[in-house]
Design a protein around this ligand. Structure first.
Ligand code: G
Ligand code: G
Ligand code: NA
Length: 253
């Protein structure tokens, strides 16, 4: 697939960038951090969404270059904010492949050190299916990352096959409720029940619970009333370019 052979070059040019979507505390709405989301504007095909190229990048074995790129941008941002007196965390999405790389925790430790960033300001997001793909290989890597003190989050929770009982055995700190349930919670009692039970059971396991896909005031208020800790979604903000994020933060902090 020709696109992928262009990816390395794209990383070195300005075709690939990172956008950031804010996450706020409930009920205070204080800004806690942002999620880093990669963007590729291809000279010929225009804007490509991660869903269109990340799987190909993974299949081509190039995902470490992508992760390094996003991680580096994230750590530069966190450090720049700290220098301005702001404690804002960044969450980086991990590919399944990173969880199979036994050197990954040492690489993250070196990057934190190089940028002078305290580990608790970095969140690493993994999907349920990513962990489940090969738990025997993923677990030592997760333990290594957890020992560093970075925050580990399970993304898209509720869509995979694993249960909260299984989650209990993983060294994770945070669970992100999949946006499909959050979209539906205002009109579908089943979705509402799923959201409520993830919040309750997540808390009983000592996890921070984040809701993704918060698009309406009603959903935010309902989540706050349930005790959900963090909200992310278009209601708070769409993913923003670095420049627009800075303007957004200035208006909020
Ligand atoms: O930003 P958007 O909604 O298009 O993201 C779609 C999906 O792409 C997200 O669910 C996210 O998990 C994935 N994604 C976004 N950025 C990255 C990245 O930097 N690395 C990896 N591995 N996946 C990413
Ligand atoms: O699963 P992951 O967290 O990687 O997904 C992030 C994706 O979800 C991004 O592509 C982002 O654009 C999208 N997203 C974030 N908030 C919302 C929202 O409130 N509504 C919708 N429809 N998509 C959202
Ligand atoms: Na994510």
């Amino acid at each position: 697939f020709q696109l992928v052979t262009q990816f390395r070059q794209a990383l070195e040019s300005d075709q690939v960038s990172v956008h950031y979507q804010p996450k706020v505390a409930l009920p205070s709405r204080a800004v806690l951090g942002v999620e880093a989301l990669v963007r590729w504007v291809h000279p010929e095909f225009g804007r490509l969404d991660p869903d269109e190229f990340v799987p190909a990048v993974e299949a081509a074995g190039l995902v470490d270059a992508l992760t390094d790129f996003v991680l580096d941008k994230a750590l530069v941002k966190i450090r720049a904010w700290l220098d301005r007196g702001l404690r804002i965390g960044v969450a980086v999405n991990l590919s399944v492949r990173s969880l199979a790389n036994q050197d990954f925790p040492d690489q993250v430790a070196a990057a934190l050190e190089r940028h002078g960033v305290p580990p608790e300001l970095l969140t690493l997001e993994l999907t349920e299916s990513g962990v489940m793909a090969d738990p025997a290989r993923a677990l030592p890597v997760l333990r290594g990352l957890h020992t560093l003190g970075v925050v580990l989050a399970v993304d898209d929770f509720g869509t995979g096959y694993s249960s909260l009982a299984y989650l209990r055995q993983l060294p994770v700190d945070e669970v992100k409720i999949d946006k499909s349930f959050v979209f539906g919670m205002g009109s579908d009692l089943g979705d509402l029940a799923v959201v409520r039970s993830i919040v309750e059971l997540g808390h009983s396991l000592g996890l921070v619970v984040v809701a993704e896909g918060v698009e309406e005031d009603a959903a935010r208020d309902q989540l706050a009333a349930m005790g959900c800790d963090v909200a992310q979604g278009y209601l708070i903000s769409r993913p923003l370019s670095e420049e627009r994020l800075e303007a957004w933060l200035q208006a909020r902090t």
